[in-house]
Design a protein around this ligand. Sequence first.
Ligand code: ATP
Ligand code: MG
Length: 429
Amino acid sequence: MSKSLQAIRGMNDILPEQTPLWRYFEGTVARLLDNYGYRQIRMPIVEFTELFKRSIGEVTDIVEKEMYTFEDRNGDSLTLRPEGTAACVRAVLEHGITGGGQVQKLWYIGPMFRHERPQKGRYRQFHQIGLEVFNLDGPDIDAELIVLTWRLWGELGIRDAVKLELNSLGTSESRGRYREALVEFLSAHLDKLDEDSQRRLKTNPLRVLDTKNADTQAILVDAPKMADYLDDESRAHFEGLKARLDAVGIPYVINPKLVRGLDYYSKTVFEWVTDKLGAQGTVCAGGRYDGLVEQMGGKPTSGVGFAMGIERLVLMLETLDKIPQEIARQVDVYLCAFGEAAELAALALSERVRDQLPNLRLQTNAGGGSFKSQFKKADKSGALYALILGDDELAQQVVGFKPLRGQGEQQSIAWDALAAHLATCVVQG
Ligand code: ATP
Ligand code: MG
């Protein structure tokens, strides 16, 4: 196939074999968020470029080198969203739904776009489920976000495979004082820093802490620690969060180097990481961003949120073999019909059964075929039972009912009794 007719590198089709697992994952998260009282919001995929520059920050990896930016026919600079927080803040401001201190607990799901080097767990179109809370400024809500993700890992069966890393970046005042101390320290070692860190020292010094360069890491061992610069308010907030995690029994480690890639965080930052996915180990990340709404032109409004990467979590379910048995089967019953008259009767019968059992996954054979070929299709569909309707059955107004998995003889069931019979033998989701 010519290259221009292939999908773009790093942008993947999710094939029918994979969608059941995606739907299971997305459904599990959606149900959990409903139960905790979060409401879904849907934002456009494209926004003005300026939105991301203003919110994420000019000197972040995303804005510097990862955005898909283009000019539209009006000459406006637009960008495919690289993350959800910016657009979510834009939306709540535009619709005034956080005004007057109104609390909003929101979540979203959808594709995000970043021009990164594609590799396992890192793509150019990827999918996130994100959550943002506005106008709650205590550690209780930070704890709730972490508690509900902990519950999610439990439901998915992957708790043992993830680890919570926590840090506090403090209020902007305490972070400012820390930044000064860090810059002073790093400037004294300037010639020993890697090139990237030298650049970051000028633009976004906290991000030097995030370096992967071993020599720079060695220098950082003696660097000033954020924890020593937290003001009372930040410290009390962080202690409040830890007390709540302890109360629920959620283990965590404090990672003083955790600064997150985006500019807008303050106080709590956290990441759920795993060692099961190789280099792309962060499956869920977030934190508090109390200054962001104001920075984007709104009234001072506290915010806290996180986003999880669906690809990485789906990959984890596959890697750890945590795919529930029941999601593999997508057909309960497969109806085979032979000859024109039987096909007509089968169609009418199928619709009657669907009226009576709206959750039954009933597949009616299409495309005709011999007994043997239809039976093969029934088996391959994964159905538990095959129904058979030929001339004999038609004459008697019955169907043959044959278990496809495990024991049981074929029996005849009257059309009128079919739905009731299926209701007793198929567990409906
Ligand atoms: P990383 O350090 O892996 O680049 P990040 O800090 O850029 O992650 P966030 O912006 O916090 O990531 O996004 C939240 C989550 O979205 C990540 O923890 C990850 O699970 C997922 N994610 C981010 N970028 C990608 C990508 N390019 N492909 C797949 N998943 C991604
Ligand atoms: Mg990144």
